[in-house]
Design a protein around this ligand. Structure first.
Ligand code: ZWZ
Length: 442
């Protein structure tokens, strides 16, 4: 009998994270919207590297923050806007410029599957308030204006046709169509955010539209929920779980409730005792930034390292892509996704469907990082940040056979004290972390 949730926190607190969210490990985040038209931000810092203060907001590396970066009235994006579009050009003027002639949702979904992703989370309404789905509550949407398509519905169908889970992102507390003051410090996201009951109802109603029309496997709310709507949250989340049986939500509802915690770049905390998700762009931005070229975004090796370290500590990696305004996925992003998929095709057994091992990640005296996962009684050992050429590493407190998942790794192993010494003779032709299986080793 399907469990029913009754609009109370008590009922919600009995919700358990479904197995699919523990098993899937790797997802694709998609930030695509009006901000993809100007596609500009300065290349500055990762979130969490510097204080989130006026300097951050005047030099915001998030291209999807274009409206606010201009609205603050100073800084590189403001100057870029004046120079490129002129002082009288309004953000809404990008609507008529947003043509999605190269939007091929089936091709997107095929690429995400080839990348080894098991779920996708698409931005439906970012802070700028423009909706990528038809909404009864505003005409400021992609069905009525600009693209004249249900961009969310088209991708949802394509992703599910490829056998992946489809999640939706909604900017709950921020909507710059309702609150026009520039955000110049972190508390403004809560204090200057949409302070009306009208907006709280709007966010509630649009969230119900997304739940009812698309049944997203992940309801990914961002930053927070309108204060004036907090008392409605138990109803909204109960409505979500009652209509999306294996649905999950993140931890951005004013700290009131979550299925999983989130980290973003260097901001936030995670602990391996609780399910969490790392989300970040390949570069410093989520929205496409035309000046963030190949040499400015993460290498494939670093992305695989992030995946391995995240998964071995009970997390999922939600890696963002920022399509160009016309729907083209930038070549440098596509190349990385395909390489990650090649690594997962060979080493995915150590990732998908695993759980945290009791063994914690460690760094060998030679600097090699050792990460572990387990699957029933089998242990997986993943060596990362390994040197070029031959090297040796000792895995402590281990015995028995150890088998590389990639047959292009040439190695030997031997008992060494209470552990096993692995001697890697050659690994040049493989990319990223080196994964081993230790049958019965957990
Ligand atoms: C996933 C990211 N979340 C932040 C808020 N922490 C947003 O401000 C950012 O634009 C992006 O959507």
């Amino acid at each position: 009998m399907k469990k029913q949730y009754n609009g109370t926190w008590e009922s919600l607190n009995s919700h358990e994270v479904p197995a699919w969210y523990h098993d899937c490990k790797f997802g694709i985040f998609i930030h695509w919207g009006l901000y993809s038209v100007p596609a500009y931000a300065p290349i500055t810092w990762q979130l969490g590297e510097v204080p989130i203060d006026e300097n951050w907001y005047a030099n915001n590396p998030y291209a999807e923050w274009y409206f606010n970066s201009v609205n603050v009235g100073r800084g590189p994006t403001y100057e870029h806007h004046i120079k490129t579009y002129g002082i009288d050009f309004k953000y809404e003027d990008f609507v008529s410029m947003w043509k999605v002639d190269n939007y091929k949702p089936d091709k997107w979904a095929e690429l995400f599957r080839k990348a080894g992703a098991a779920y996708v989370v698409m931005v439906t309404k970012h802070h700028d308030g423009f909706c990528l789905f038809p909404s009864k509550y505003t005409d400021y949407n992609a069905m009525k204006k600009g693209p004249k398509r249900d961009l969310v519905g088209d991708l949802t169908n394509a992703v599910r046709a490829q056998g992946m889970k489809m999640g939706l992102y909604y900017s709950g507390i921020l909507d710059w169509r309702f609150a026009h003051d520039p955000i110049i410090e972190q508390n403004d996201n809560f204090n200057k955010a949409c302070p009306t009951y009208e907006y709280a109802d709007y966010a509630y109603n649009q969230s119900c539209e997304l739940i009812d029309n698309y049944k997203p496997s992940v309801f990914w709310n961002d930053i927070g929920w309108p204060k004036q709507g907090e008392q409605n949250l138990p109803y909204l989340l109960s409505h979500y779980y009652n209509n999306v049986e294996e649905g999950v939500v993140n931890d951005r509802f004013n700290g009131l409730y979550h299925d999983f915690r989130t980290m973003e770049y260097k901001y936030g905390e995670s602990n391996r005792m609780e399910k969490w998700e790392m989300n970040r762009g390949m570069g410093l931005s989520f929205g496409y930034n035309a000046i963030e070229e190949d040499d400015k975004i993460m290498s494939v090796e670093d992305t695989i390292s992030l995946l391995v370290s995240t998964v071995s500590n009970n997390g999922n990696l939600l890696l963002n892509i920022g399509p160009k305004a016309d729907g083209t996925i930038p070549k440098e992003q596509e190349k990385r996704l395909l390489s990650i998929g090649q690594w997962l095709a060979v080493n995915g057994e150590a990732i998908y469907g695993t759980r945290c091992s009791k063994r914690e990640s460690a760094i060998d005296e030679s600097g090699v990082q050792i990460h572990y996962t387990k699957k029933k009684k089998d242990l997986y050992v993943m060596l990362d940040k390994v040197p070029q050429g031959a090297f040796e590493v000792v895995i402590p407190d281990l015995s028995g056979e150890i088998r590389a998942l990639d047959d292009k790794i040439f190695y030997d192993f031997e008992a060494f004290g209470t552990g096993v010494k692995i001697k890697i003779h050659s690994h040049q032709t493989s990319i990223g972390s080196i994964a081993f299986k230790v049958p019965g080793g957990e």
